[in-house]
Write a protein that binds this ligand. Structure first.
Ligand SMILES: [Mg+2]
Length: 84
């Protein structure tokens, strides 16, 4: 639950902004702190279940590469079922 709250705090920083909008120094500081909060919770959860966080990320990237082949999805934002 705390992880969701921390993720929401990241979203809050970007609420009402366009993706390319720059962040103020204050917002960057807030983002840094929230990313730290999230990573701490992820590491705690990973440790509890004996999961290597870097291995998990690499594994998921591999799965996504298969699910979303670059030649099919580049420049699009459809769910994977939209490419079948
Ligand atoms: Mg926080």
């Amino acid at each position: 639950m705390a992880l969701c709250v921390e993720a929401s705090e990241v979203v809050e920083i970007f609420q009402w902004k366009e993706i390319d909008d720059l962040l103020s120094e204050t917002e960057k500081e807030m983002l840094k702190q929230e990313i730290g909060d999230i990573l701490i919770y992820l590491i705690e959860i990973s440790d509890k279940f004996d999961i290597d966080v870097i291995d998990a990320a690499s594994y998921k990237i591999g799965l996504n590469e298969n699910k979303y082949p670059a030649e099919l999805v580049r420049g699009k934002m459809n769910k994977y079922t939209g490419y079948e």
